[in-house]
Design a protein around this ligand. Structure first.
Ligand code: F6P
Length: 365
């Protein structure tokens, strides 16, 4: 984008599902960028705020003071709208050209020289399409799912993990008291990072992730065997996108034009009850959006801050069409194209997967 001699103006938006740490990125970028003489405009509700009529908020060190420890996003977010660039599992949808052009022209009218997009896979795909028509974009990777291959960690993941482990610890005691099989369901529609890491940390007997389809008969047999052990109770950690041989546990519920998978644990309870009537006393706990809300933990706060600062450094170094990325505890820039091209999935080589297998956790039929 052409610019005349005036302070560099940076737009910031948060798009897609929220997570803990979004405000810390915004605050760090604004605080650091202001020391370099940059000006900041926030766009409300993700890309919707960039489209007409634009919805903006001036961001200054004063307006971002005291927000880094708060969950959610002061800019609000949406995973719907005219800028939808992903239709689930790796499928990229082209954003209509007139929508992209409208965004570009609104950014130009507001004198925006750079746009920082804080988002996951889908939102960063939108950012890539904007950069292809000449908008200077820097991406910041967020999602509780931690499924972007181009970074070691997205912020929001660590906090979600803490919530899930805390829930496991609580559920454990009541499962033991009642000799029950308790399902704990976490998010992860395509990948099972939260389920695997929280399941291992929390001592789950079984961990069901989308990457490893399982036979329901094998799970029933596994639970039967546990009944002969001193501890008869069991915790089954299940990712919402878990797959039984032949298909997802749940086809999901279509709401607002999107498929939501939450509730698979109840479905599993029904399936097991149908196969083994009265054999197990089962209950399901669905953590849902608890994992996305609330205060970011120290790890996410510091990662988010480092990302915010790195996004400004990318602008300083004129590195458009990039994403900030964590690699070996350092922050690098990767091409945005690379950032959205590959999902990071749980595999047979994943340390926690191998550890769980050796500890006798049911994870793969
Ligand atoms: O993409 C992050 C995620 O947490 C997924 O794991 C989950 O399926 C989805 O968000 C739910 O999003 P929402 O309920 O906000 O549409």
């Amino acid at each position: 984008m052409e610019r005349t001699e005036r302070p560099i103006r940076v737009g910031i938006l948060t798009a897609g599902g929220d997570c803990a740490g979004l405000n810390a990125v915004i605050a760090a970028a604004v605080k650091y960028g202001t020391t370099l003489g940059y000006e900041f405009i926030g766009f409300r509700r993700g890309y919707e705020g960039v489209l007409s009529p634009t919805d903006t908020l001036e961001l200054t060190p004063d307006t971002v003071r005291g927000i880094s420890h708060l969950g959610g996003t002061i800019l609000h977010s949406t995973n719907h709208g005219r800028f939808g660039a992903k239709k689930g599992e790796g499928e990229v949808a082209r954003i209509p050209d007139e929508v992209l052009q409208e965004a570009k022209s609104n950014l130009e009218s507001l004198g925006i020289d750079w746009l920082i997009v804080i988002g996951g896979d889908g939102s960063l795909s939108g950012a890539l399409q904007l950069s292809e028509i000449g908008v200077n974009v820097v991406g910041v990777p967020k999602t509780i799912d931690n499924d972007l291959a181009a970074t070691d960690q997205t912020f929001g993941f660590s906090t979600a993990l803490s919530v899930a482990v805390d829930a496991m610890d609580r559920v454990h005691t009541t499962a033991t008291s009642h000799d029950r099989v308790l399902f704990v369901e976490v998010m992860g529609r395509n990948t099972g990072w939260i389920a695997l890491k929280a399941g291992l940390a929390g001592g789950a007997s079984a961990i069901l992730v989308p990457e490893f389809p399982f036979h329901i008969e094998d799970l029933v047999e596994f639970l039967r065997e546990r009944k002969h052990q001193p501890t008869t109770s069991a915790i089954v950690m299940v990712a919402e996108g878990a797959i039984v041989e032949g298909g997802r546990v749940s086809d999901g519920v279509i709401a607002g034009g999107e498929t939501h998978y939450g509730g698979v644990s109840n479905q599993l309870v029904r399936m097991i009850e149908a196969m083994a009537p009265g054999e197990f006393e089962m209950r399901a706990t669905i953590l849902g959006h608890m994992q996305r809300g609330g205060t970011p933990n120290a790890r996410d706060r510091n990662l988010a801050r480092a990302y915010g600062v790195a996004a400004i450094d990318a602008i300083l170094e004129n590195q458009a069409r990039t994403m900030v990325s964590l690699r070996d505890n350092d922050i690098l820039l990767v091409p945005l194209d690379e950032a959205v091209s590959k999902l990071k999935t749980v595999g047979p080589d994943t340390l926690e997967y191998r550890t769980a297998r050796k500890l006798g956790v049911f994870i793969h039929a």
